[in-house]
Design a protein. Structure first.
Length: 267
């Protein structure tokens, strides 16, 4: 499988699949009445920044594994436990009315949201290490590869990850804008975000404890139910490949731009 395809599958790894769902809904729920083009721009930018944090963390993980002989599968669930616990605590604070750094650009300066967004990508990667680091290393560790080739492969991996994140984020943003949902959600956005982070973190924490106590053996109904959904998504991503996702993304960007130009000419 290509680096882009491997990156697409990494976005729906069983260790952190719910973090993708939470991210999409958090970014979408944070849109306070943005028009379609700004909403699309925000979805693309945040997805790219988060993918950078994800790939950078995987690069560090691959470097550690390459330099030190260590069974990272044994340590990865512990990282996932930490990520899940921190997400749960962040969700509780938001539901209680506290403010936390946002991953949503909106009108904020880059310095106010780039760090949290990179951090979310790094946390996503930390929760995914046990499931997705092996395929990542196999993708970049090709005999005869030059350093430049490894960098290009890693970039392709990040592009695949960003595609899977950007398409649903942009699509749901446009749909909610068309339905005028943002205005009704605006007063409740912080608590909605908190509930989503709590639910995602709880599952990541639960999945990590499942790996630690059972070493991945089947038999847990909660994990098996989530795994069925995730497996279906992975199956369709494998069948489709990156082409249709790129086409959908280009279409979502082109349609509102063309519509705005036509309205400008008509006016």
């Amino acid at each position: 499988m290509s680096a882009v395809g491997t990156g697409m599958i990494a976005a729906v790894s069983p260790c952190a699949f719910t973090m993708l769902l939470a991210y999409v809904l958090v970014v979408v729920a944070g849109g306070r009445g943005l028009a379609r083009i700004p909403a699309l721009r925000r979805a693309l930018v945040t997805s790219g920044v988060m993918a950078a944090g994800f790939v950078a963390t995987f690069g560090v993980g691959a470097a550690v594994v390459a330099s030190v002989t260590m069974p990272w599968q044994d340590y990865a669930p512990v990282l996932a436990l930490v990520v899940g616990f921190l997400s749960v605590m962040a969700g509780i604070l938001l539901v209680a009315g506290r403010n936390l750094p946002s991953v949503i650009p909106g009108s904020k300066q880059a310095s106010q949201w780039v760090g949290p967004t990179l951090g979310y990508g790094a946390a996503y990667a930390a929760a995914s290490l046990g499931c997705a680091l092996g395929p990542f290393i196999a993708t970049i560790d090709v005999p005869g590869s030059t350093p430049f080739g490894v960098v290009l492969t890693a970039i392709g991996y990040g592009v695949g990850f960003a595609l899977v994140v950007a398409v649903p984020t942009a699509g749901v943003s446009v749909a909610m804008d068309a339905l005028n949902v943002f205005r009704r959600l605006a007063p409740h956005i912080p608590r909605i975000t908190g509930v989503l982070l709590f639910a995602s973190g709880f599952y990541v924490f639960y999945y990590a404890t499942y790996l630690l106590r059972s070493r991945g053996k089947p038999g847990d109904p909660v994990v098996e139910t989530t795994e069925k959904v995730r497996s279906s998504v992975e199956h369709w991503l494998t069948l489709l490949g990156p082409g249709p996702l790129v086409a959908v993304l280009l279409l979502m960007v082109a349609v509102p731009i063309i519509a705005r130009r036509r309205r400008g000419r008509a006016g």
